[in-house]
Design a protein around this ligand. Structure first.
Ligand code: DX5
Ligand code: ZN
Length: 227
């Protein structure tokens, strides 16, 4: 799914114009082959966004890796719809429970397997699943809205995840999401993140592709400096 320790910037379409998503996807395509799609159900989080029909429509315009972040209470009921719509990987929240079964279903469907933790969920809750996932998403804001302030309290958890994943030699990508900008991309990269979701920082930039390149350069600098 992702080269070990490879750095990726995943622009979050949540910060794009929902009336022009294909155009937004095109604006970043020269700089990254990932797109982060935030799915909110109005129950697990107090907000509503998009679902499989929008993913399917977008798939006609983009060959990117669709990193679908399911902020949903019952993700298991919708995995097949997301797979049919063209999702590449699907990330479910560990807080919803029943994760073992959901992972089995994702494997059956050939989806990349992501597991997300809210800022106040300890790493220990996700740790038993590390051998069975491709991506660990550590939220750096409480999910539900774009444009929130980064929570530095999550940095020790990122470092802990990095240490355990490296100790076990697992090919799990550590992703961060929420308040990622030119400053916090460095902090999270130094702590051990390798995939960086950025909404506002990318789509509020006049040239979104340039914002992606700047974020990636900063991340790589910080990783080199911390090595
Ligand atoms: C928050 C979403 C994020 C969000 C990030 O619930 O999961 O992906 O779009 O947006 P920024 O980068 O603006 O914090
Ligand atoms: Zn997200």
């Amino acid at each position: 799914m992702l080269g070990f320790n490879e750095v990726k910037i995943a622009p979050s379409l949540l910060a794009a114009d929902f009336g022009n998503l294909a155009e937004a996807a095109g604006e970043v395509a020269v700089a990254t082959d990932w797109l982060h799609i935030d799915v909110m159900d109005g129950h697990f989080v107090p907000n509503l966004t998009v679902g499989p029909p929008v993913v399917a429509s977008l798939r006609k315009h983009s060959g990117a890796f669709f990193d679908c972040h399911l902020m949903m209470t019952n993700p298991g009921d919708h995995l097949e719809s997301f797979q049919r719509a063209g999702a590449s990987s699907v990330t479910v929240h560990v807080e919803v429970g029943g994760i073992g079964e959901v992972i089995e279903e994702m494997n059956r469907l050939g989806l990349g397997v992501g597991l997300a933790c809210n800022p106040d969920t300890p790493f220990a809750v996700a740790e038993p699943f590390l051998e069975r996932i491709d991506l660990l998403l550590l939220m750096t804001v409480f999910p539900g809205f774009g444009g929130q302030a980064f929570m530095p309290q999550v940095l020790p958890k990122i470092a802990e995840a990095r240490r355990v994943i490296d100790e076990r030699g697992l090919p799990v990508a550590v992703e961060v999401d929420g308040g990622i900008d030119l400053r916090t991309v460095s902090d999270t990269a130094a702590a051990g993140a390798r995939v960086f979701v950025a909404g506002s920082a990318v789509f509020s930039h006049e040239q979104p592709w340039k914002a992606v390149e700047e974020l990636r350069d900063r991340a790589i600098e910080a990783i080199k400096a911390s090595a």
